[in-house]
Design a protein around this ligand. Structure first.
Ligand SMILES: *[C@@H]1O[C@H](CO)[C@@H](O)[C@H](O)[C@H]1NC(C)=O
Ligand SMILES: *[C@@H]1O[C@H](CO)[C@@H](O)[C@H](O)[C@H]1NC(C)=O
Ligand SMILES: *[C@@H]1O[C@H](CO)[C@@H](O)[C@H](O)[C@H]1NC(C)=O
Ligand SMILES: *[C@@H]1O[C@H](CO)[C@@H](O)[C@H](O)[C@H]1NC(C)=O
Ligand SMILES: *[C@@H]1O[C@H](CO)[C@@H](O)[C@H](O)[C@H]1NC(C)=O
Ligand SMILES: *[C@@H]1O[C@H](CO)[C@@H](O)[C@H](O)[C@H]1NC(C)=O
Ligand SMILES: *[C@@H]1O[C@H](CO)[C@@H](O)[C@H](O)[C@H]1NC(C)=O
Ligand SMILES: *[C@@H]1O[C@H](CO)[C@@H](O)[C@H](O)[C@H]1NC(C)=O
Length: 456
């Protein structure tokens, strides 16, 4: 029944526009704020699904592994929406949002999108899609390409024609194909450029004998295949290339990868993995005495908690590549005074606060002073800032502003009012925005010795 409560919320958003949050507890929608125009946010705050059974409906799967990085990214989108709303950037228009957590699973991502687009409960009964005006006008996309792709190739004509997605972090170059993915916009460069930058970086340091470990999904395979096209020119040879399967628990696979890395005479290892897998692999490497030079792709190069792992200095040096980041005004304050905005519901903030401040939780993220806290929901500290680099969420801000600039034009806003029709067809928004797009890559470097002394 929980999927219905999500649609209920949507229906209310369309008809009344301004009703308070639903009292329904577990629903497919993890966060919601009403508005005249609703932005859909797809964000895998949970990295896994327990007992995945995609063939059973209704979907009773439980999402696990709360991911602090994605959580902060989702919060950056929400914070930016609230900032735009409060600033009068779109006079008289209130931006709302509806957020769904696909828990890193492609099938669940499709569910999310179909639920968010559903008008009056069903997409399939409409005979003419050209008049469909879903309440959600845009999707802010997924972090991992794997869950972005199927949304674009969904067979549902409504999903195909009327959703379009701005992706902040999906970098697969296949998404540049504008014929197949007519409505996919991204605010970061294609992973073609990341692959080239990685190859140039290795050749710059004369690292010609390298190992690569990549995830068996569009992201990992995409960068790896692009990387292969550059290695001849840059005179790089592969000591090994190992693919890690794309399913929830890869601990055993990563142990074998650790054996391989340890036994190889290559000192440089490129990891094109999800951050949780890097953490598992490093836990394993820390117990072994084999120091390497690690090269981080954008998925994990800014994960502060990896750099703070117990004994991380034993793994060697870590050199990472990422997209240009920037400051989000007011965001650090927001993270230290975390609460849902006025009229909004946010189950993820509730869940995070339980993890952080409820003494009976056995999480690595639980605060030592948790047992002194009487109401976890009221508690706050700077833990998120310690664990995650908030500048990594900058692209979320860029994406929301790109859409808002498009809206301002479509709705013919001047300084005091917007005269256009707010219930427009999504594809009408044009993304020729003035918003700054971050189209370059940046380098980050963590020397294990420095890290160690910084921590001590
Ligand atoms: C949006 O702005 C209006 C004022 O324009 C304010 O009343 C409302 O609480 C804001 N909503 C959110 C979610 O920030
Ligand atoms: C949805 O239902 C409402 C009320 O039943 C109706 O007025 C509206 O036209 C319906 N919208 C669509 C797109 O079918
Ligand atoms: C790489 O090798 C070349 C030729 O052997 C040498 O001139 C250059 O200084 C080396 N670069 C680095 C960063 O070690
Ligand atoms: C590493 O091993 C390979 C063969 O396994 C060998 O060809 C290569 O010369 C070795 N490299 C070094 C630096 O020892
Ligand atoms: C790693 O090296 C340290 C000292 O260099 C030694 O005490 C320890 O036993 C070694 N551990 C393993 C697993 O080889
Ligand atoms: C703490 O968590 C437990 C279960 O994990 C729950 O029963 C309890 O109500 C929570 N306490 C508070 C104060 O939220
Ligand atoms: C919990 O509260 C007690 C009494 O106020 C205080 O002495 C103690 O240091 C607190 N513990 C933590 C971990 O903050
Ligand atoms: C803004 O637009 C509204 C409606 O289109 C119009 O009535 C108003 O005069 C405009 N204000 C300014 C400052 O141009």
């Amino acid at each position: 029944m929980r999927s219905h409560s999500c649609i209920y919320v949507l229906g209310v958003a369309v008809i009344l526009g301004m009703l308070g949050p639903s009292s329904g507890t577990e629903s497919l929608c993890a966060a919601y704020a009403p508005g005249d125009i609703i932005i859909g946010i797809l964000s895998s705050v949970h990295a896994n699904i327990k007992d995945l059974q995609p063939w059973i409906l209704p979907d009773l799967s439980v999402c696990i592994n709360f991911d602090l990085i994605t959580f902060v990214q989702a919060l950056a989108s929400i914070h930016t929406i609230e900032t735009i709303n409060d600033s009068g950037f779109l006079p008289g228009i209130r931006l709302g949002y509806l957020m769904c957590d696909p828990c890193s699973y492609a099938t669940k991502a499709l569910h999310c999108v179909e639920h968010m687009l559903a008008v009056n409960r069903s997409l399939t009964v409409l005979s003419d899609y050209s008049n469909l005006r879903p309440p959600v006008k845009v999707f802010l996309g997924e972090r991992y390409t794997e869950t972005s792709l199927p949304i674009r190739i969904s067979l549902n004509p409504a999903v195909q024609l009327f959703s379009f997605q701005i992706s902040c972090t999906s970098s697969a170059s296949v998404l540049s194909d504008k014929i197949r993915y007519t409505s996919f916009f991204r605010v970061i460069p294609s992973n073609k450029y990341q692959a080239l930058a990685l190859a140039k970086l290795m050749s710059h340091f004369n690292w010609t004998w390298v190992g690569v470990v990549y995830l068996d999904d569009d992201y990992g395979k995409g960068i790896f295949e692009n990387f292969l096209t550059h290695i001849d020119k840059e005179k790089i040879c592969l000591a090994f290339d190992e693919v890690v399967p794309n399913y929830p628990d890869t601990t055993q696979d990563l142990k074998k990868v650790a054996d391989l890395i340890q036994s190889s005479n290559a000192t440089v290892v490129l990891l094109l993995l999800r951050v949780q897998q890097v953490e598992t692999l490093f836990k394993e490497m820390i117990t072994r005495n084999s120091s390497k030079i690690w090269i981080a792709s954008n998925t994990w190069s800014l994960a502060r908690y990896i750099m703070k792992m117990e004994g991380i200095h034993k793994v060697g040096d870590i050199l990472g590549i990422n997209f240009i980041t920037g400051n989000i005004p007011g965001f650090e304050d927001y993270l230290q005074n975390l609460k849902p905005g006025p009229g909004a519901r946010n189950d993820l903030i509730n869940e995070y606060k339980q993890i952080r401040f409820n003494c009976s939780q056995q999480s690595e993220h639980t605060s030592p002073s948790g047992c002194n806290v009487t109401n976890p929901q009221e508690a706050n500290d700077d833990y998120l800032l310690q664990a995650v680099d908030p500048t990594e969420a900058y692209n979320q801000r860029v994406a929301v502003y790109a859409f808002a600039h498009g809206l301002k034009k479509l709705l013919e806003c001047n300084d005091t009012a917007c005269s256009g029709e707010t219930d427009f067809q999504p594809l009408k928004v044009k993304f020729k925005s003035n918003a700054p797009l971050s189209l370059s890559l940046s380098l980050s470097f963590f020397r294990s010795a420095e890290l160690n002394s910084a921590r001590g």
